[in-house]
Design a protein. Structure first.
Ligand code: NAD
Length: 498
């Protein structure tokens, strides 16, 4: 595969970084050169923010009709469909995820654009009945303004689409900043936005490391909203940087997601979903079910089966049909995952399988880590509390429903979780008691563009997708119109007239 050149796009013009510096994007699978990406300077980011500000304050786009913007978003979906295979190939090359998974991701991206186009057509003013016939009072929706959109590397285009589609429907302008590891597909989206007819300056693309290319999007006074998906530590920084200008902040952060299995569950399905829930994409999923909470009476049966399944997972390259999951994103991430695992064992966790870099034919040049199960964990352990973002499952045991709920809620995170039980009343009770944004009952992992996604507690602020994901990009304005103007009569008549 020839390395592609990925450039910045500011005010509708593709350009190199002001100082000409580029970053090499190498495959996490075999270190081959996938792309070179312009590394934005502070001046480039400044120009991108200025372009978005001008397009919002002076350009036509925020004043387009809702229908015009929704038609545009549907055209984006059409073009994504046309280019789906090429986009999936680029996503797979940057991330080393299997082609089959990258194809699912692109299908999901298209569904997201379609969802928000549909939703925008249903967005109407809301009359407010104030009980007085002479008053026509209503809520109208207006774009928040200029947005900074910052994405992670695990689902690069999908996470960006959750921001770009509602921003366009709302009439916002924006600067996109994908992860420095995975810039290619956001640049392809940028090209599609231009082709679909997005006016110059409405969408802008900067690339590069967080401190230079991302940080101004959370601190610059010309930005009205920053929407960020990534790690908790970065999220805290972004929230702090946004505070002096009281920006609207949307954060989609990490998770430490419990997967609860009761003894009366369909164990065959539960075990299979526990394995998929944690080892899909080698654990590099915010909603990975990384904490197995299993009822004591079935503990050995479940854990032994999960370990056997984990040992059998086939690691490999993105184009090998035998591959079941791929490499970690970088050497630094591999080192972090290894340390997390070593620390867990030092803390008293029992290593049942994995626990080290995976090597062997076809794997030695990649950042592979063996699917890992850590048994005999307790809630106070770091491995139970912190996100590894790698293929690591911790095992804890419970005796009662109350204990399962208490354990599942006992982290600072609250993104997602799963409950397996044959007793649906109990499963629903537990689902309601869990302080997490998404709960799967007798299932694990599916999400829909129509349903809100987001975290409780330190897993985030706000919601993406659903209806809430559009309202993140909208201001609600109350317009009160009096059809029979009259004096207020408050002053000059001795106070209130009532
Ligand atoms: P990260 O926080 O390291 O980086 C995310 C983005 O932030 C990157 O584009 C990076 O360049 C940028 N960034 C870094 N420092 C910055 C700063 N000071 N100011 C502005 N931007 C900055 O996260 P990551 O490693 O790319 O992604 C993995 C994390 O994302 C995991 O914690 C995962 O759980 C989380 N995630 C959450 C969701 C969700 O829906 N909640 C979805 C996907 C990933």
């Amino acid at each position: 595969m020839n390395a592609v050149q990925v450039r910045l796009c500011i005010a509708g013009t593709w350009r190199d970084a002001a100082d000409g510096v580029v970053r090499e994007i190498r495959s996490p699978f075999d270190q081959s050169l996938v792309a070179t990406a312009a590394e934005a300077t502070a001046a480039d980011v400044d120009a991108a923010i200025a372009a978005a500000r001008t397009a919002f304050d002076e350009g036509p786009f925020p004043r387009w009709t809702q229908a015009e913007r929704c038609d545009l978003v549907d055209r984006v979906a059409d073009l994504l469909e046309r280019d789906a295979e090429a986009i999936a190939a680029a996503e797979s090359a940057d991330t080393a995820k299997r082609m089959v998974e990258a194809r699912y991701d692109v299908a999901d991206v298209i569904a997201v654009f379609r969802h928000f186009a549909r939703l925008g057509r249903d967005l109407h003013d809301r009359p407010v009945d104030v009980g007085r016939p002479e008053i026509a009072s209503r809520i109208v929706h207006e774009p928040v303004g200029v947005c900074g959109l910052i994405g992670p590397w695990n689902y690069p285009l999908l996470q960006m689409s959750w921001k770009v589609a509602p921003a366009l429907v709302a009439g916002c302008t924006f600067v996109m900043k994908p992860s420095e590891f995975t810039p290619s597909t956001t640049a392809m989206l940028m090209g599609i936005l231009i082709e679909a007819g997005v006016p110059d300056g409405v969408a802008n693309l900067v690339l590069g490391a967080g401190p230079v290319a991302g940080a101004p999007l959370s601190s610059d006074p010309r930005i009205d909203l920053v929407s960020f998906t990534g790690g908790l530590v970065t999220g805290r920084r972004i929230m702090a940087a946004a505070a002096p200008t009281v920006k609207r902040v949307a954060l989609e952060l990490g998770g430490k997601n419990p997967h609860i299995v009761f003894a009366d569950a369909d164990l065959d399905a539960a075990i299979d979903n526990v394995v998929t829930g944690v080892f899909l994409h080698s654990g590099q999923v915010c909603s990975s079910g990384t904490r197995l909470l299993v009822e004591r009476s079935i503990r050995d049966q479940v854990v032994d089966a999960v370990v056997a399944r984990a040992r059998a997972i086939r690691l490999g390259g993105p184009h090998d049909p035998a591959t079941e999951t791929g490499a970690l994103i970088s050497e630094a991430h591999l080192t972090k995952v290894q340390k997390y695992c070593d620390d867990a064992v030092a803390e008293g966790a029992v290593l049942r399988c994995g626990g080290r870099r995976a090597t062997g034919p076809g794997l030695d040049a990649g950042w592979f880590f063996e699917p890992t199960v850590l048994d005999a964990c307790t809630t106070t352990m770091r491995c139970v509390q912190d996100e590894s973002f790698g293929p690591i499952l911790t095992v804890e045991v419970f005796d009662t429903e109350e204990q399962a709920v208490a354990l599942a809620n006992d982290t600072i995170y609250g993104l997602s979780g799963g409950v397996w039980s044959g007793d649906l009343e109990r499963a629903d009770r537990v689902a309601r008691a869990l302080r997490h944004g998404t709960i799967w009952v007798n299932d694990y992992g599916p999400y829909r563009p129509e349903a809100e996604w987001g975290g409780y507690k330190q897993s985030g602020v706000g919601r993406e997708l659903g209806i809430g994901g559009l309202h993140e990009y909208l201001e609600a304005k109350h317009i009160w119109r009096n059809t029979t103007p009259a004096r207020s009569g408050w002053f000059g008549s001795g106070g209130a007239t009532a």
